[in-house]
Design a binder for this molecule. Sequence first.
Ligand code: RTP
Ligand code: MG
Length: 142
Amino acid sequence: MAVERTLSIIKPNAVAKNAVGAILARFEEAGLRIVAARMLHLTREQASAFYAVHQERPFFGELVDFMTSGPVMVQVLEGENAVAANREVMGATDPAKAAPGTIRADFADSLTENAVHGSDAPETAAVEIGFFFPEGVCERTR
Ligand code: RTP
Ligand code: MG
């Protein structure tokens, strides 16, 4: 299986509860390497553009309000099958349905405030990595 990269966001509710380190450790424990990272407070324009695929959904306004409510930590994760591996450690979108021991089971506050984002396919990962790291990401990381 090929080494892949995926885009991960620790959302404002998890940053606010001081869980950045605990969540980054979950990625490392799952065999994912952090190969780029930055903290920023998204503007409404950035959050709307990032989640443009959801702009017609009823929850879009609430999602943009939440994602701009405080700083986020954005990282690129690298590993075997990284897109799927990250979504497995994240758990289901709805924390009520997230498996025990997953990040969302342990750090989400609601369906909207669900602690983390992860790219849903290698193609979207490439676009999302470019969105947050337009200057590029290290080719070699070890
Ligand atoms: P994400 O994109 O953040 O990794 O989450 P996901 O793939 O598991 O879920 P997605 O369907 O892409 O939804 C994006 C984010 O929108 C919020 N959401 N709210 N209130 C609602 O019905 C609802 N549904 C989704 C969540 O923050 C979700 O992660
Ligand atoms: Mg999604």
